[in-house]
Design a protein around this ligand. Structure first.
Ligand code: NDP
Length: 337
């Protein structure tokens, strides 16, 4: 059983010495448990938070502990009612080949799922995050302008496509011309701005002539800086993620714009609301699954994956995800072993 454990807490960007590959015995399931073999491991930005012991909504991974992570797995041996050898499931095996489970939080995928890895993306946690954050907090109306960054990732791409289905004018923000072209040509966004361009802020203003009604916040930093002044009275800002800050070790240098921001919120009666997907919206999962399955069946949802083979590639692939090197949902293909 190969597994990646947290060797040290990173300062700034994770490095090659943050995680350590170990080998251990394959555990045997006791009564009420099952042994799961990891097929696909999801790489997600939140994992950077689990490497840190700064206060957060979830406990950090212990030093020496197996790195946590969502997985698609197959049941190898079952001593638990309701699960049989060969069943596919969504589980939380973490960054390892095998894991024991008592079934808590495990979601069955049947015997022969069509695209099992999609359960880690558009049909799973990131898709659900997009759906809930946008429709429940963003509450977009037809004709309104919606802006979303990390626009080609699993959350952003889904946010923008749902926005189009709901009749919004959708402007994406992404890193580089290739990702921007994909957002417009394949995902159907009305425009997409490259945040690496020197005149990014001016381009964003030009692309949102009627202001911004919903800003789905995935990145923070200079993208949010450029958005604030464009927000319309009554705008809604679901605060989903701040990936530009996840490796930061200190606050950025001034000027201190906090009071200017507070003035904008007050005068324009803007609603900003943070959310943690399963803590806030778990009860709505069936509604999401129904909508998303319908959109996929109707050909209304494009989904791009980047599958990287080999558990040992996961640390490098994760460091790259935080740098924006991924183009689509990054998944590690771990099995079959
Ligand atoms: P993505 O696959 O979109 O990955 C990250 C992307 O962020 C990169 O590809 C890059 O895209 C962009 N990015 C990285 N650094 C910067 C930067 N400095 N400035 C601007 N963009 C940057 O990730 P997900 O779709 O999985 O997640 C998107 C966000 O949603 C994350 O912030 C994540 O933490 C959050 N999230 C929150 C949840 C919640 O419950 N609140 C649940 C799930 C996700 P590009 O090259 O286009 O800039």
């Amino acid at each position: 059983n190969r597994r990646l454990v947290l060797a040290e807490r990173p300062k700034g960007e994770p490095t090659a010495s943050t995680l350590r590959l170990e080998t251990a015995e394959i555990p045997a399931p006791k009564k009420g448990q099952m042994l799961l073999r990891t097929e696909f491991l999801s790489l997600d930005p939140y994992m950077r938070g689990r490497m840190s012991d700064a206060p957060s909504y979830a406990a950090p991974v212990e030093i020496g502990g197996v790195m946590v992570g969502g997985t698609v797995a197959q049941v190898v041996q079952s001593e638990r009612d309701g699960f049989a050898k060969g069943d596919w499931v969504v589980s939380f095996n973490g960054w390892q080949d095998y894991a024991l489970s008592d079934g808590t939080g495990v979601m069955p995928l049947g015997r022969n799922p069509q695209n099992p890895s999609w359960a880690l993306g558009v049909l799973g946690m990131p898709g659900f995050t997009a759906w809930a954050g946008l429709t429940k907090i963003g509450q977009p109306k037809a004709g309104e302008t919606l802006v979303v960054a990390a626009a080609t990732g699993p959350v952003g791409a889904t946010v923008g496509q749902i926005g189009k289905i709901l009749g919004c004018h959708v402007v994406g923000v992404a890193g580089g011309p290739e990702k921007c072209a994909y957002a417009v040509e394949t995902l159907g966004f009305d425009a997409c701005i490259d945040h690496k361009a020197d005149d990014f802020a001016q381009q964003l203003v030009a692309a949102t002539p009627k202001g911004i009604d919903v800003y789905f916040e995935n990145v923070g930093g200079k993208v949010f800086d450029a958005v604030i002044g464009q927000l319309n009275p009554g705008a809604r800002v679901p605060v989903c993620g701040l990936i530009s800050q996840y490796n930061a070790t200190s606050l950025p240098a001034g000027p201190d714009r906090m009071n200017w921001l507070m003035g904008q919120l007050l005068r324009k009666r803007i609603t900003m609301r943070g959310f943690i997907i399963f803590d806030d919206f778990a009860h709505l999962y069936p509604d999401f699954a129904k909508d998303m399955q319908g959109w996929i069946a109707a050909g209304k949802m494009h989904y791009r994956e980047e599958i990287i083979e080999g558990l040992e590639q996961a640390p490098e692939a994760f460091i790259g995800l935080l740098r924006g090197e991924n183009f689509g949902k990054r998944v590690i293909y771990v099995g079959p072993l």
